[in-house]
Write a protein that binds this ligand. Sequence first.
Ligand code: GAL
Length: 370
Amino acid sequence: MMRTREGQIGNSHSHFREGKMRVKQTIVISIFVLSLALSIKVRPEETPVRIGFLLDTLKLERWQRDSKLVQARAEELGAKITVKAAEGDDDLQLQQANQMLDAGVNVLIVVAHDSEKAGAIVQAAQRKGVPVISYDRLIKNSPVSLYISFDNLQVGRLQASMVLAAAPTGRFFLLEGPPADNNALQFERGQKVGLQEAVDAASITIFAEEWCHQWNHTAAYEATVAALKKSNGKIAAILAANDELAGGAIQALKERKLAGTVAVSGQDADLPGVVRIIRGTQTMTVYKPLGPLAKRAVDAAVALAHGTRPTTSESIPNGAYTVPAVLLQPIAVDQKNLGATVISDGFHPAEEIKKALAPGEWEKFASRKR
Ligand code: GAL
């Protein structure tokens, strides 16, 4: 009995020891598996890429859309993104870049306020080995890793040709954006290329040209008031570089009861621009599908963060460097193809446009034969 007991006791002791060993083994194995899992998780290619997105402004409809699209694509790819807008302040934009770099972003996507001054952002990034994507606007004289935009010369050409078709003769007023934005220079060049033949044939004259120092309505309004005064209201067309400027110009035309009689260009397919096209006070806009732009930029950002160069078909000189570039195609839009472009793409769904119009205006537009 004792033996049995002892035996039992002896047995239970050895069971106890074995049990203890099994627990130990299980713990060791679990720790090993866990650390393996952790080490897999922290392998560099699986840590989320951290993107810093610096915008010039978030005040304009266009950039609000870019901001949303870029963030959505980053989330889709599992990247972390921080977004900051400098509202036209170059020092602030550099400060925001430095904060992002200090916080450890792996790549910067930059919409430069000033194409030259933004070079300081590229230098700061370079010191930390962080690649920079020049988004929509070219950063000059700096080794950016990629420039991704639309064909901005083509934007100007499209504005010129559609406005010329509506106003083949007379006096043209060129209303440009800020020269610190490289795109504004490109739009103007493209417009002039597009107008050249008509100028040479003396069917039109460029009687005035104004550079607004900000992409804003008020600057455009004031410049147009002055141009109308100078020409005594005799203007055939206004080549406004974007919809924001077109809005200011058309307000000045309205005050002289000239809205709808002067051909006006725009760009961005902003909702107010689309409304003016439907009402006939703005001739056209240049629609730039921003979804593909944002997607290509974020995909490239993730690739660059992993040390892979994104494939590009073009390269563009930015002064001191030749930069790999992706240039997407802009689309000229007027009353005729609004439905087949901006609306059918869902850039502005018909319902949204309808809400922005007075009762009956949409029905009238939709029933018109084009
Ligand atoms: C330009 C851009 C245009 C327009 C403008 C004002 O650089 O290409 O689409 O939005 O800035 O923000």
